[in-house]
Design a protein around this ligand. Structure first.
Ligand code: HDE
Length: 750
């Protein structure tokens, strides 16, 4: 017979009480911070976030052991005050029937996942601050845009099509959503990195997304537009031509979130203190310029570092290279027609060229802190285009009207009920006085008895605030007498003028990239009819484009359209031709123990001083000793790929033999003791092919020939010292890439 004994009441056990402490929220997992772990650092709190000293310092495990519920408890007589149960003879490892710790832990674990976003599932985010310039006060009364007003923000960048675990660098549109925690409530600017959208009518949104997502039978391909259903949809909806062209351009594969433009896409209405309306389009302009990957880099990154953009953003912020964007507006008179220069401002497939309506800067965004917890912040943040503040209103853009419904509705499934606004990351920083009550996950303890309006029991609260109390008041609109029909306006019919405008605004290397992208994507389609239909659309953009893509697909060139439009190009749409700051650029410094280590040390410092990020690359990890000091190796030949670097600096004479490049890697040295390390050769060859500046000193030129790089190629600089090499490379970085190296790179084009 098993013996009978008592087990403790669960609250009494000290080990259990200890184990119930909430886990620390620090994602940074630094041993030094453990003792300061707190469960709620506060929304947007940057104070607790230390900076990393180096770009690549290793993240160490906290060593925190959350093994709540392991069978390590012992019951002492003092705890024998609870329920009586039977205890079997002890057997090591047996789970006790009273394992409520186990159940609680497993129960919680079983429910750790929530549905990912139906679109924009893959994302990365950061906290920051927005500072108003005061230049918009003539057109809006929004208080956060006043001069020097500072507002905490949370920004989430995303891809659209891929699942939460998909690769960052796929060809896709990127989301750029900003939550401003203003004193007047939350304002969400939920934009993209492309200024136009696929469709004009919200009812088509599920269709375009179904077409872009993986096929429903096999659930492939993941995070790709290069498949039949996507091209079927966009070739059947000519209104999608403009957005698709942007996707096929370099804008579809950004270098970094830090180098992406952002657009509100729709036309919004600003309202000033006098109640006058102005129509506007919002733009985010990155201080670092707009830069993209080349397609081969994007593909390599998707394999060797699927977190490429997420890592880049987090590392830059942690290194103190805070990315910045200026918020700007294009303004248009608020006329009943709502058109400007013949462009229907309510058509989201159209942009307004900056040459016609310049972007006027109204404030500065700085991202200066990484989230502390991915789930609590980046995953649970809920943006909504209807989160507006007095002075900013929506227009009748039919796509925007559809979004006003969707962004609330989607959270009911994703975040499990109507109280998602109470999650710390979503909470407004302004006082709330509403009569929203109860529901799943209600965390507020509301007082009073009269959550209705008007009331005479709770002192009249909540009351309806008026303009004098800073309330959001809809601008009265004149509605012309008309007929209500489900039909698009004639002004929405022009689907090719602006795609052609975009094409004509591109430089030759950018056009080459577009041709290659269409050829790749349509080449991945199986259906001949879809390819032919897509080619017929391209002919309306430009015969050079359609003919070259047709040739790449071995299909007949489509018939030229009866009339080709000739809009004025907008040079602001090209990413090339400017000079940008090199802050935050990543410089690979390739070295070995046998090379000029003093020079390396001073170059590394000079890179840091210039606001760039040095990454020392050596054959193997650890440190390299130099003059009694050592340099930490951050990437090895095994872990470095050229995609990570904006430029390479190479010191020394690779392949000099046993003490030179590759010698510390026994395998490589055995294979070819006197040859350059093949991984180094690959690194250089790729950097060259991708148009990156390459600087060499201390005799490193000998690596060029094995890498197939002509010594006098553009953007390859040689010098006596590391510092003069760096100077020349920094100059080249201003143009982002050495564009002269690209095929057909007839440069300058304009
Ligand atoms: Fe979205 N979109 N969208 N969208 N969108 C969502 O909302 C939707 C559109 C954009 O980082 C969803 O909370 C409809 C345009 C971004 O959390 C969903 C239509 C633009 C994000 C939704 C559009 C966007 C979303 C999914 C057509 C650029 C990510 C999860 C009528 C101006 C926000 C969520 C984040 C997310 C619906 C069109 C940008 C389903 C119905 C145009 C950046 O509500």
């Amino acid at each position: 017979m098993p013996s009978i004994r008592t087990v403790p009441h669960w609250t009494a056990h000290p080990s259990f009480v200890a184990s119930r402490r909430l886990p620390a929220t620090s994602s940074r997992a630094r041993p030094s911070r453990r003792k300061n772990c707190s469960s709620s650092p506060g929304v947007g709190s940057a104070a607790n976030r230390p900076k990393r000293e180096t770009w690549s310092s290793e993240r160490k495990s906290t060593g925190m052991n959350r093994n709540v519920g392991l069978l390590t408890r012992r019951y002492s007589p003092s705890h024998r005050t609870g329920i009586k149960i039977a205890v079997l003879p002890p057997k090591p490892g047996r789970i006790l029937p009273e394992g409520h710790h186990l159940r609680e832990k497993i129960m919680h674990f079983d429910h750790e996942r929530i549905p990912e976003r139906v679109v924009h599932a893959r994302g990365a985010a950061a906290h920051g601050v927005f500072q108003g310039y005061g230049t918009a006060t003539g057109v809006t009364k929004a208080a956060f845009l006043a001069k020097d007003a500072e507002t905490p923000v949370f920004v989430r960048f995303s891809t659209v099509l891929g699942s939460r675990g998909s690769a960052d660098t796929v060809r896709d549109t990127r989301g750029f959503a900003t939550k401003f925690y203003t004193d007047e409530g939350v304002f969400d600017l939920v934009g993209n990195n492309i200024p136009v959208f696929f469709i004009q009518d919200a009812i088509k949104f599920p269709d375009v997304i179904h077409a872009g997502k993986p096929h429903p039978d096999r659930e492939i391909p993941q995070a790709q537009s290069a498949h039949d259903t996507f091209w079927d949809f966009v070739s059947l909806h000519t209104e999608a031509t403009h957005h698709t062209l942007w996707n096929m351009s370099d804008r579809g594969i950004p270098r970094s979130y830090r180098t992406m433009e952002g657009f509100g896409v729709h036309t919004f209405r600003l309202v000033n203190a006098e109640g006058d309306g102005t129509l506007v389009k919002f733009h985010w302009k990155p201080k670092l310029g707009v830069h993209s990957l080349v397609w081969e880099e994007a593909q390599i990154a998707a394999g060797v570092d699927p977190d490429f953009h997420r890592r880049d953003l987090a590392d830059a912020i942690e290194a103190g290279a805070f990315p910045q964007w200026e918020l700007g507006i294009q303004t248009f008179p608020d006329t009943p027609e709502q058109t400007f220069a013949g462009i229907d401002l309510l058509d989201p497939t159209k942009l307004v060229p900056e040459e016609l309506a310049p972007v006027q800067p109204i404030g500065l965004l700085t991202l200066n802190a990484n989230p502390s917890n991915y789930f609590a912040e980046t995953e649970q943040v809920a943006f909504h285009v209807g989160h507006l503040v007095p002075g900013i209103d929506v227009t009748d853009d039919p796509l925007l009207q559809g979004r006003l419904f969707s962004y609330l509705d989607t959270q009911l499934t994703r975040l499990g009920g109507p109280n998602f606004g109470q999650l710390p990351i979503n909470r407004t920083h302004a006082p709330v006085n509403d009569m929203l009550r109860d529901g799943m996950h209600q965390t507020a303890v509301h007082r009073g008895v009269a959550p209705y309006r008007p009331n005479s029991l709770d002192g009249g609260c909540p009351f309806l605030a008026g303009a004098d109390a800073g309330a959001f008041i809809e601008v009265p609109a004149h509605v012309a007498e008309s007929r209500k029909v489900r039909e698009a306006l004639a002004s929405f019919d022009d689907h090719f003028r602006q795609p052609r405008l975009f094409w004509l605004s591109m430089t030759p290397p950018e056009r080459e990239h577009i041709i290659a992208a269409y050829t790749f994507e349509l080449g991945k389609c199986y259906e001949q009819a879809i390819k032919e239909r897509a080619l017929a659309i391209l002919a309306n953009i430009d015969p050079q484009l359609s003919d070259r893509v047709a040739a790449g697909l071995s299909l007949p060139a489509p018939a030229a359209p009866s009339r080709l439009l000739d809009p004025e190009p907008s040079l602001a749409l090209s990413q090339l031709g400017g000079t940008w700051p090199s802050d935050g650029r990543v410089i690979g410094i390739v070295t070995d123990s046998a090379t000029d280590l003093d020079g390396i040390r001073s170059v590394r410092q000079a890179v840091l001083d210039a606001g760039m990020v040095p990454l020392v690359v050596a054959p193997a990890g650890g440190t390299i000793a130099a003059g009694g000091e050592s340099i930490t190796v951050q990437r090895t030949f095994a872990t470095a790929r050229s995609i990570e670097f904006d430029a390479l600096l190479v010191a020394g004479v690779p392949g000099r033999g046993a003490d030179a490049y590759g010698a510390r890697d026994a395998q490589a040295a055995d294979a070819a003791p006197s040859a350059a390390d093949p991984r180094l050769v690959l690194l250089l060859a790729e950097a060259f092919r991708h148009g990156k500046a390459i600087g060499l000193w201390a005799g490193a030129d000998t690596i060029l020939s094995p890498a197939g790089i002509p010594a006098d190629a553009p953007g390859v600089v040689h010098s006596e010292t590391g510092s003069s090499t760096l100077e020349q490379v920094a100059q080249l970085l201003g143009a982002h890439r050495v564009w002269e190296r690209f095929p057909a790179g007839i440069w300058p084009p304009h």
